[in-house]
Design a protein around this ligand. Sequence first.
Ligand code: ZN
Length: 297
Amino acid sequence: MAPIYETDKPILYERSGATAWITLNRPDYGNAQNAQMLYALDDALVRASEDPEIRVIVLKGAGKHFSAGHDIGSPGRDADRPAPRRATLWGDHSTLDGAAKYYVREQEAYLGLCRRWRELPKPTIAAVHGACIAGGLMLAWVCDLIIASRDAVFSDPVLRMGVPGVEYFAHAFEMHPRVAREFLFLGERMSAERAWHLGMVNRVVDREALEAEVEAVAARLAELPAFGLTLAKQAFNAVEDFAGKRSAMDASFHMHHLAHAHNALVNGNAIAGMDARAMATASVRATETRERGGIYG
Ligand code: ZN
């Protein structure tokens, strides 16, 4: 079925001084990421990257949430449609069958684009409020800094659909592996405060102060020698990759796709028939269980 897009501007782009403010703009669907949005985001990042006046890039969400994850159920879901190839040269996934279709699409649109954005030579800040769920984590994690408002919550509930984590498997690099296991196994929502204690988030501020805080940090980054900052960014990416981030993601990506294929064999559906509502319910239920059990004391 052809997607029905609710907007022709799923990404907003605004320049303020040396900062590009890029806004995920599907607020009616929690900024769920369809291909329309992901490639508009890529266009915006290319624009910011190529503009010599831009020295810092901020990524934020319109409406109540940063991003509820990949689009698994809005009228604008377009996963089966042909899409541009920017990160890979795998060809058009929409012409393929079976596991190849999912694999090629996610190599390009999820793992590939996220890696491309992580390697963007200008510093990036994710300004996170509300929900940052599953694919939402991927967009925050590829940024250099994450500044969150106190109301932000983070979770990866995809194990509920039998899939071992999102396609960009950075969990064990974003937090201690012991905590990352708990985060993924239980699928609970993590508060901004706890994410800050774990070092996954740089700063936590009140919701009303988020934009000003991000603006202040961006202004300080904009004063630094741009090429030096790019090299510092590359150095951190290199450290993570020498520690195995890239190869761990390659390995886990294949497990992720074994899970999609297993689901398709067992249930006839690669995401085990889960939709956005079922995932949200599972996530809330997991968190209620945690609150009753008092696991964090
Ligand atoms: Zn997937």
